[in-house]
Design a protein around this ligand. Structure first.
Ligand SMILES: *Cc1c(COP(=O)(O)O)cnc(C)c1O
Length: 394
């Protein structure tokens, strides 16, 4: 419940629904305008120019801030645009401590772009307090975490990192893309900034590219407003509408993503062609207890390793319902091969050190019927084994 007394499911379903004062439209309209007339000199309706503020985008931004228990929200043209806007807070000479098993695009942003502006990053297991401490430098300004990480589902104790960061006057920034505020709210655990690739679960339908930033506190919120407007990384009004439309069903979708993913992870643990399953619901997962403590549920993403790298090609050829495609978080199930797709920009040594090898497959479980998904994936695994083992005998 929040201060208005509504549970998150109700707040999601009602995004923008009671805010259109002129006609009472149930869905907040798309204000496809870049400029707004001033009533008279020195007076404004609150809207002047859409890069600074647009009515449709504002409803999305206020709802996002509220869902993440923050003070201000900022809608951006993509998740990367949101991340770039957040990192524009930092200056030449600044250093960040960053999750080891990072989203490939964020790694590329640090290594190929921010590095040119003198901003550096150390990649550490953010759940290892000794590693955090030994990587802290006089010029360290922030910790940036993804939890769970993608694809290996490494879990970080957000509260523990925030307490450590606060002691050293560092900001904690969390990429909450995989969990969404429906299952995990980092600002309530002490984080300062949350970032989303809203392209994934928030939008949920593989049809809109967007990013969200939520900040806590007046000072950070004002600074982010300045950066968002100055850089111009803003989301257009039509995409803002599309994103809100997706978010209205977030609760229903996340519940189905979660239950489907759990069933599939359990199914895979019993399959002979599968060596290892990385899902925090499994008792032997190293992040099992932390995940249970800090989240109210689990994402639909998990990964697994097959017993033989030669199975990968036929598996990806035999899946039919599950699409072989990048991205995640949509209603359709997608499977990707991180070593050659999402993680191609990460050097081989780092990739192998964290376990993204040529036997690893990442699954974004959709909202289809779980028995259909089990039949599709099970059939592909069996067919792959038959091809490889059969080929060997013959
Ligand atoms: C996809 C993704 C991003 C980048 O977002 P885009 O919307 O593709 O720009 C950042 N972080 C995570 C965890 C992601 O999955």
């Amino acid at each position: 419940m929040n201060e208005k007394g509504l549970r998150i499911e109700s707040r999601l379903a009602q995004i923008g629904s009671i805010e259109e004062p002129v006609t009472g439209a149930i869905n907040f309209p798309i204000y496809q305008a870049t400029a707004f007339r001033h009533p008279q000199l020195g007076k404004s309706t609150g809207f002047d120019y859409s890069r600074t503020k647009n009515p449709t985008r504002k409803v999305l931004e206020d709802a996002s801030a509220q869902l993440e228990s923050g003070d201000a929200g900022f809608a951006c043209s993509s998740g990367m645009a949101a991340l770039q806007t957040v990192f524009a807070m930092f200056s030449q000479g600044d250093h960040l401590i960053v999750s080891l098993d990072l989203y490939g695009g964020t790694y590329r942003l640090f290594e190929r772009i921010l590095s040119r502006f003198g901003i550096t990053a150390s990649y550490v297991d953010t759940n290892d307090m000794d590693a955090l401490e030994s990587n802290r430098r006089p010029n360290t300004k922030a910790v940036f975490i993804e939890t769970p990480t993608n694809p290996l589902m490494m879990i970080t104790d957000i509260e523990a990192v925030c307490l450590w960061a606060q002691r050293h006057q560092l900001l904690t920034i969390v990429d909450n893309t995989l969990m969404t505020p429906f299952f995990q709210r980092p600002l309530e655990l002490g984080a300062d900034i949350v970032v989303h690739s809203a392209t994934k679960y928030l939008g949920g339908h593989n049809d809109v590219l967007a990013g969200i930033i939520v900040t806590k506190g007046k000072e950070l919120s004002e600074e982010m407003f300045f950066l968002h407007n100055s850089i111009g990384s803003v989301l257009g009004p039509t995409d803002s509408y599309q994103l809100m439309r997706g978010m209205k069903t977030l609760a229903l979708r996340m519940e189905r993503h979660e239950s489907n993913a759990i069933r599939l992870a359990e199914f895979l643990t019993t399959h002979v062609a599968v060596a290892e399953v990385f899902h925090p619901i499994l008792k032997d997962h190293p992040g099992h207890d932390i995940q249970k403590k800090q989240c109210s549920g689990n994402t639909g993403i998990f990964s697994f390793k097959v017993t033989d790298a030669r199975y990968v090609e036929p598996i990806l050829r035999h899946i039919k319902l599950i699409a072989f495609a990048e991205s995640l978080g949509g209603v359709e199930s997608l499977m990707t091969y991180p070593a050659v797709q999402t993680h191609a920009d990460i050097p081989l040594e780092i990739r192998e050190a964290i376990g993204v090898d040529d036997r690893l497959l990442r699954f974004s479980v959709g909202i289809e019927h779980v028995e259909d998904l089990i039949a599709d994936l099970g059939g592909a695994l069996d067919a792959a084994r038959e091809e490889i083992e059969g080929g060997q005998q013959g």
